[in-house]
Design a protein around this ligand. Structure first.
Ligand code: CAA
Length: 246
């Protein structure tokens, strides 16, 4: 299989780490961004110890200039980005009637504006080279909504609107654009939900367990491969059966 340059935003997080590892093991040259250099270097060392090499570039995906500089650094280090996984995301949960503008805008900027900020400097090169794979990591909560997540659900639903528009614009240029919508995966983000609420959520999952980051990474690896060339504009749900929309 071909070795490609893959940028996974938020690669040091729970799902991001699994995606970096999976794509690196598939032979791709993998990069991610960071905001905290010390933490990122420690993470890089831990990945190295597992035999996984990840190129690091500083960059805040919520800021257009910082994101563009990050893309330039990756392209200087590894070459043009051929695979982009817009994975970086945060939560600032609160019921809407108590939500501050800051909680709203931090989530919209990091989870949704980041899709513009990171994809915009990459898309023209993909079109010129006539090959590209773009995957948005959305959420089951972008599909079904979630009590306490008006900001997050709005951003995550928005990501798929972005996907299906880009998919149409770029299909003839050899670029596929898809969304993966994970359910509750056993990461720090989900473990930060208060335990009594988490227990209730678990009861809504027919498989009776939270997902594993590797189960998300496996689907991303398939979507960015050559074999997935005819899958574009899709929203792949991976949620243990919690939401079975169609
Ligand atoms: N449906 C209906 N009512 C609910 C509810 C729900 N799902 N969740 C909470 N409530 C009710 C409670 O029963 C409570 O009612 P009473 O006041 O009548 O007792 C009321 O709402 C307030 O609930 P809390 O005590 O929890 O209120 P809070 O202000 O302390 O917390 C919250 C609100 C921050 C939203 C908290 O409920 C919470 O953290 N919920 C979890 C949100 C969630 O699922 N986040 C996902 C994070 S992981 C992630 O995002 C990854 C991914 O993609 C899946």
């Amino acid at each position: 299989m071909s070795s490609r340059v893959a940028l996974i935003t938020g690669g040091t997080g729970g799902i991001g780490t699994a995606i970096c590892e999976r794509l690196a093991r598939a032979g791709h040259r993998v990069a991610t961004n960071y905001r905290n250099e010390e933490k990122a270097r420690a993470w890089q060392e831990a990945m190295r110890a597992k035999g996984v090499e990840v190129f690091l570039a500083p960059g805040d995906v919520s800021d257009p200039d910082s994101a563009a500089a990050m893309v330039r650094a990756v392209e200087q280090g590894l070459g043009p980005v051929e695979i982009l996984v817009n994975n970086a995301g945060i939560t600032r949960d609160a019921v809407f009637h108590k939500m501050s503008y800051q909680q709203w805008s931090e989530v919209i900027r990091t989870n949704l504006d980041s899709c513009f900020n990171v994809t915009r400097p990459i898309i023209e090169g993909m079109r010129e080279r006539r090959w590209g794979r773009i995957v948005q990591i959305s959420s089951v909560n972008g599909q079904k909504g979630q009590y306490g997540q008006a900001n997050y659900a709005a951003a995550k639903a928005g990501m798929h609107g972005f996907t299906i528009s880009l998919a149409q614009e770029n299909a003839k240029h050899g670029i596929t654009v898809n969304t993966v919508s994970p359910g509750y995966v056993g990461t720090d983000m989900v473990m930060a939900v208060p335990e009594h609420i988490r227990e209730k959520i678990l009861q809504q999952i027919p498989t009776g367990r939270f997902g594993a980051p590797e189960e998300i990474a496996a689907v991303v690896a398939f979507l960015v491969g050559e074999e997935a060339a005819w899958i574009t504009g899709a929203n792949i749900a991976i949620n243990g059966g919690q939401y079975m929309g169609w």
